[in-house]
Ligand binder design. Sequence first.
Ligand code: RIB
Ligand code: CA
Length: 333
Amino acid sequence: MAEKRKIILDVDTGSDDAVAICAALLSEELEVLGICSVGGNVELKNTTDNTLRVVELCKRPDVPVYRGAELPLVSTLEPWSNQAQVLPNKEGTHDQDNAVHTDHLPLPPTTLKAQDKSAAVWLIETLLSAGDGEITLVPVGPITNLALALRADPRIIPKIKEIVLMGGANNVYSPTQAAEFNVWCDPEALEIVLQSGVKITMVSLDATSHACLTWEQAKAIRDIGSPAALFCAELIEHRLRVSEAALAGGKMGVVGAALHDVLAVCAVLHPEVLRTEHVSCHVDVGHGYAYGSTLLNRNYKPIDMPKNCWFAYSADTELFFGWLYETLKRAAE
Ligand code: RIB
Ligand code: CA
């Protein structure tokens, strides 16, 4: 068997993060060195606890979890800012029935504990002790932990093989009219990462809008029957119900369970799942309506900016689902 790809996940576990963690831990092709948590979908204590619950479900207590940043670098400092009103997502503020992310995942409480070391410190130590280009980072929440590590010790830069992150938007935006959630939470953090010079694949909302599963696909996963498959099916079905309720309430769109973060894990092993273009990308860190938007320059003159990321504009839904299904099914055998 080929050598496993070494990765570090950085998550704000939420529902799609949870499916991404399952797929990564159960994949025969990935070695998950550790998982860093960050505040985002829900507050840090819950993203950390949810991550530990999924690690226990997957029977992988050997994979350490490190608690990261509760808050973004700067975006919540101004009391009147949108981010300051929304983050951290205080426990109990979520509509637990109709939100895609709930304070606690539908799993039993866990006995597992996060490590004492903070995520940024562990990231630095782990990367510095690795060989050049040995480790792939897969951030699928606000990218605060990596930005802190880069600012604290840039010597980690050559150690990173690639960053495959979920975030950014070109034509598909949420929650604002200009930005995607992970970037909107901490725009300055992504700009720091974009300026690092590390190879970056940006799995944007434009791409993940093609990673939406259907009821039939949810059933196929449920029929695998393992605890992890049943859990993933439950989360996918919940997102489908929320999606249908949103449409019934007049929201635009289609019925589907967008597994944003899972697509990023898939792209580590199968980059062909994405349609990407090498572009210049920078983040609007001005505090206006476009705060957190990812501005792409495909080198339309006159501004010819250095290309710094592979931006994913679309994804192959069938290839994505086939990979997720096979990963869960093989792990159940
Ligand atoms: O915009 C999608 C991203 O925001 C996903 O990572 C989801 O988990 C939420 O964090
Ligand atoms: Ca996430």
